[in-house]
Design a protein around this ligand. Structure first.
Ligand code: CTP
Ligand code: MG
Length: 215
């Protein structure tokens, strides 16, 4: 069967600091969640499960589930409600600028991997420092990727990767890492920094300007 989209929207948005959960904060006149849903639909993904904060109402035409305490638990809750048996594509509600073609790109890359993730080449030099600020190492930038969503998975690979302790799930900032841990193969699919995640008030300002231009 066809791919199922899992849209994770259950976070509180503590770093954004708004008075409502982040996915419901308006950007250019619409909740962030609606822009992300529109992109999934434009990509031809009709089966969509949304992980929502406690008490939130699911948008029309999607399956709503209550999210978990961590991002991976929210993915797990959404996966449990996914219809069919086709591949899964996970997307953050907090990336409303995603180009619809990126969903097809990551799904196509599953031909050669258990998991395929959108990622942008790192443009800053990245250093590792100790807690005092003393530099320990400078990483080789040419090999570094800043990971985004969408992330596509063979369904069995995602199911197996999520079948671990809550303590491990809590450490996962992305689901691809869980597939790596489980011994699965993960590939990057080159994406643009324009598909950034709205995390801080600055990100929200930039997204507002860009989405207003779109009309
Ligand atoms: N997410 C989720 N369930 C959680 C935590 C996060 O569904 N328990 C989702 C968020 O809604 C978001 C995506 O995962 O779309 C990426 O997470 P992040 O940007 O960290 O969002 P928040 O956790 O809401 O923000 P913060 O970490 O600043 O509190
Ligand atoms: Mg978070």
């Amino acid at each position: 069967s066809g791919p199922v989209g899992l849209l994770v929207a259950a976070g509180s948005g503590s770093r954004l600091g708004a008075s409502i959960p982040k996915a419901f904060v308006e950007v250019a006149g619409r909740p962030m969640l609606e822009w992300s849903l529109e992109a999934l639909r434009a990509a031809g993904i009709g089966d969509i499960v949304v992980a929502l904060p406690d008490g939130a109402v699911a948008p029309a035409g999607v399956i709503g589930v209550r999210g978990g305490a961590t991002r991976s638990e929210s993915v797990g809750a959404a996966l449990a409600a996914a219809p069919g048996s086709g591949p899964i594509v996970v997307h953050d509600a907090a990336r409303p600028l995603v180009p619809p073609s990126l969903f097809a790109d990551v799904l196509a890359a599953l031909e050669h991997a258990d998991c395929a993730i959108a990622a942008a080449r790192v443009t800053d030099t990245v250093k590792e420092a100790d807690p005092d600020g003393a530099v320990v190492a400078t990483l080789d930038r040419s090999k570094l990727w800043a990971v985004q969503t969408p992330q596509a998975f063979r369904r069995e690979a995602l199911q197996a990767a999520l079948s671990v302790d809550a303590a491990i799930l809590a450490r996962a900032t992305d689901d691809a890492w869980l597939v790596e841990r489980a011994g699965g193969t993960v590939r990057v699919v080159e994406s643009s920094p324009a598909n950034f995640k709205i995390t801080t008030p600055h990100d929200l300002q930039v997204a507002e300007l860009l989405l207003r231009q779109r009309g």
